[in-house]
Design a protein around this ligand. Structure first.
Ligand SMILES: *Cc1c(COP(=O)(O)O)cnc(C)c1O
Length: 397
């Protein structure tokens, strides 16, 4: 990834269709659009590819998370369990609804630790939101069992793992709701975009209405539509959806390239006994967008990260020090730096994250290095990269 590396004729043709009709809006303008409904086409393709009854395309992955939660009736005071390692969008989408993000430790899968989830459940918990970080998944069997036992919703954030599978099923399709992002740096990109998938008809009906001001989308006259409930504008444009249609049709091609590149690097790194790869739960298959591994100590991981840069190996991340993906740098959340007043429920219920103990997460994150797998690399480039990586890491031990 990212998918933009391989933009080509398919993407151009889809965008040209939209420009030729001039209809950049996903609803209405039936006579003008020459039969082009790119957002709908994207949704149908997603339903098929993700083996999901319903898909709703949307303006971003962050919007997808908000809409997914809203569609299931999550609101003020409800608690949503999420991991310490994710993108800031996880808590933003929860806070946007006046709900409370409850951070929970990760384990060596780099995703939610099921035992920690179980411990964090209270009478206000409504949703467990695993985030399939860097192309691989949470232990979904264990999380599903917890959700079933406690009558909670399972919402999969599959924004970074599109195309990965668990027990043969596409990631995102296993929980009650699943979310994807098609932002500019994701495996499938359309500039800005995202999607919610679900098997639940009422969540789907709520999702498409909520993301278009509560319009009911009944009949052809937009001005005559009813508003069964309050909503917002999280619509995807036809331009973005058109790029998404082309990119999604290439998902299997992209995953195959990522898998080839990933496998070359992984085989080379396997020669280092001190290096341990991230655990992928039984029955899971990554989408190969990142190669993740642990080194024996924080010190060695930091040294290795620096050595990789010094050896000219770009695209390797030490997330432990990263501003966007780990709770340690989320001062805006932990210090509640909101522009206006936060809802009362959030102020009263948000745990004091400045005092929280996430030493289990620290233990894994401080030793983790995560290397982006690019689509544009030739086999020869990957082989050269593999040699440099082995050299850099060995020199750091
Ligand atoms: C990218 C991402 C999002 C948000 O997607 P946007 O389309 O950028 O809003 C949410 N969760 C995860 C894990 C992501 O990586």
């Amino acid at each position: 990834m990212p998918g933009f590396e391989l933009f080509g004729d398919k993407e151009r043709k889809e965008v040209q269709d939209v420009m030729d009709s001039g209809v950049l809006m996903r609803y209405g303008f039936d006579a003008m659009r020459n039969g082009h409904w790119k957002a709908k086409e994207l949704e149908t393709a997603l339903e098929e590819r993700m083996q999901s009854k319903y898909a709703h395309a949307i303006s971003s992955g962050t919007a997808a998370l908000t809409v997914a939660l809203a569609s299931a009736g999550i609101g003020a005071g409800d608690e949503v369990i999420m991991p310490t390692f994710t993108f800031v969008a996880s808590f933003e989408s929860i806070l946007a609804l006046g709900a409370v993000p409850v951070l929970v430790d990760i384990d060596d899968t780099l995703t939610l630790k099921p035992e920690a989830v179980e411990k964090a459940i209270t009478s206000k918990t409504k949703v467990v939101m695993p985030v399939h970080m860097c192309g691989s998944m949470a232990n979904l069997d264990a999380l599903k069992a917890i959700c079933d036992n406690h009558d909670l919703l399972l919402l999969e954030d599959a924004c970074q793992a599109i195309g990965g599978t668990y027990d043969g099923k596409p990631l995102g399709s296993i929980g009650d709701l699943g979310c994807f992002s098609f932002d500019y740096v994701k495996t499938i990109t359309c500039g800005e975009g995202g999607a919610v998938i679900t098997k639940n008809e009422s969540y789907y009906q709520n999702a498409h209405k909520y993301s278009d001001h509560g319009h009911d989308h009944i009949g052809n006259n937009r001005g005559a539509e009813d508003h069964p409930f309050l909503g917002y504008n999280f619509r995807i444009s036809e331009m973005n959806a058109a790029v998404g249609v082309a990119q999604l049709s290439r998902l299997d091609e992209f995953i195959a390239i990522q898998k080839r590149n990933y496998t070359i690097l992984r085989e080379a790194l396997s020669s280092i006994p001190e290096l341990v790869f991230r655990t992928v739960p039984d029955g899971g298959e990554e989408n190969y967008s990142f190669l993740n591994f642990f080194l024996p100590s924080e010190d060695i991981a930091q040294k290795a990260h620096q050595a990789l840069t010094d050896h000219g190996v770009d695209g390797c991340f030490y997330w432990y020090n990263n501003n966007w993906h780990y709770y340690k740098k989320w001062e805006h959340l932990t210090e509640m730096k909101s522009l206006g007043n936060l809802p009362k429920d959030v102020k009263e219920s948000l745990p004091d994250y400045s005092k929280a103990d996430f030493s289990e997460s620290d233990k894994w994150m401080s030793r983790n290095i995560s290397c982006l797998i690019k689509l544009g690399w030739s086999e020869e480039e990957v082989t050269v990269r593999a040699d440099k990586m082995v050299e850099a890491i060995k020199a750091s031990l």
